[in-house]
Design a protein around this ligand. Structure first.
Ligand code: FAD
Length: 417
């Protein structure tokens, strides 16, 4: 494809965020090169729980989180753990995390997240339809289920916040939940139902189909690692430097997930990005039928019916990007899942670890570099990168076109820290 003058874009990172950004830019007439050292979709986007959580409004750090953390770190069944050697490097991030949990910050953050959440399907559906991937996205709702009454009570603040932001959420008793998912255990005490949510049955295939559609329109995928940016002019870099040569650009979008921090710094943005590592196992012959994705409230992880089996996915491990996986982190997921779904066949489960690109305030970075007009940053989506990928692509395309986005971009500004 011949690039129109002034319309060459390079997107760094072919995870779901980079792919949706590249595809949306291309649909608006940009000649786009997508650069990744790996095949598209092999990073964090490979192994998520697949939930399209379009009613999310709550940051990870809710009021009271500080009091809960010590107990969680001591409990081997808890969804949170830390590699203690990493603590000194994590401290600035943790301080930002705790600061984000005050009631006034949570109120502000909930508006920022709600504004993204409301647009999830509006922005995702056109991409999915063009990619012929509608079979991979089901809109069957989402449930959260509890066996522990104290944990169920602890959830009420989050449900109230969802309602305040106008999201539809229904509290359900055990019988109503079992009517939705008959495989649930007899001893569940209650939970909630989010009728408007959805899930993908295959996150990797979804990314791959979007990439295939992007390539059909002439988009280029280059297997290379971006090392730097060069040939800085008035608007910013005119060249992206990779380990396989340089690529000319009029616009660059950094969407390299957990690896974005150093690249953003080269473009003048100092962002406190760190990583919340998560794990999954896929049970290939689950032996039960599930209709929709669910949150196991007691264990704080998702259980999703996928094309390849039932996926148990979640947990948070602080330990940086380099540390080797600790697959024992999957033991609590297996135990909680078996208690919640007694018929679940746990044999032959696969094991995977991925790195969520996480900001301390749970709000992604989507915006212009503070120093260069032609450099856009799109990363830090934490627990919700699949959900917010297409919305991010839309906002990136708006900024690239110098069009005012339909929502206030201040909360996502890379210079907010
Ligand atoms: C266990 C778990 C469950 C989750 N469940 C959900 C869920 O249910 N719903 C949801 O919305 N989200 C979920 N998430 C979060 C979601 O998966 C992430 O937020 C999302 O995948 C981030 O996408 P990304 O494109 O930013 O990053 P990635 O998918 O990690 O992609 C980044 C890409 O950048 C590339 N890259 C890195 N460095 C360079 C470089 N120098 N040059 C070029 N390319 C580079 C990498 O190779 C990679 O392909 C979950 C995450 C985990 C771990």
């Amino acid at each position: 494809m011949t690039a129109a003058p002034g319309r060459k874009a390079v997107v760094v990172g072919a995870g779901i965020v980079g792919v949706c950004s590249a595809f949306t830019l291309q649909r608006e007439g940009w000649a786009v090169t997508l650069v990744d050292p790996d095949e598209p979709g092999q990073g964090c986007s490979f192994g998520n729980a697949g939930v399209l959580a379009n009613t999310n409004v709550a940051p990870v750090a809710m009021p009271g989180v500080l009091a809960q953390v010590p107990g969680m770190l001591m409990d081997p069944m808890s969804p949170l753990t830390i590699r203690w050697s990493y603590l000194p490097r994590l401290m600035p991030w943790l301080i930002g995390f705790l600061r984000a949990s005050t009631p006034s910050r949570v109120e502000a953050i909930s508006h920022a997240l709600a504004n993204l959440s409301r647009r999830v399907f509006e922005d995702l559906t056109p991409l999915v339809e063009e990619a012929g991937a509608s079979d991979l996205v089901l809109r069957r709702g989402y449930i959260g289920v509890y066996r522990n009454p104290a944990k169920l009570a602890g959830l009420r603040a989050e449900l109230a916040l969802k309602r305040q932001r106008g999201m539809r959420v229904e509290e359900l008793g055990p019988d109503e939940l079992r009517q939705l998912e008959p495989a649930l255990a007899r001893d569940i005490v209650g939970g909630y139902h989010i009728p408007d949510a959805g899930h993908t049955v295959n996150p990797l295939a979804l990314t791959q189909r979007l990439v295939a559609a992007f390539q059909r329109r002439g988009g280029i995928v280059r297997r290379a690692r971006v090392l730097d940016f060069a040939e800085f002019g008035d608007a910013g870099p005119r060249s992206v430097v990779t380990d396989a040569g340089s690529i000319p650009c009029d616009l660059v979008v950094v969407a390299a997930g957990s690896y974005s921090r150093a690249l953003a710094a080269r473009l003048g943005a100092d962002v406190p990005l760190d990583t919340e590592r998560g794990y999954h196992t896929v049970l290939p012959r689950p032996g039960i039928e599930l209709r929709m994705a669910m949150m196991c409230g007691d264990g704080g992880f998702a259980i999703t019916p996928m094309a390849t089996g039932v996926r148990l996915a979640g947990t948070v491990e602080f330990g940086g990007v380099e540390a080797a996986p600790n697959f024992q982190r999957l033991d609590p997921l297996r135990k909680h899942a078996k208690a919640l779904l007694p018929g679940l066949d746990m044999r032959d489960g696969s094991q995977w670890m991925g790195r969520r690109p996480s900001m301390p305030d749970s709000v992604p970075v989507i915006g212009r570099s503070p120093r260069h007009r032609n450099a856009l940053l799109a990363f830090g989506h934490g627990h919700l990168g699949l959900t917010y990928a297409a919305v991010t692509g839309r906002l990136v395309a708006d900024l690239a076109a110098d069009r005012a986005p339909a929502l206030d971009m201040t909360p996502y500004d890379p210079a907010r820290f």
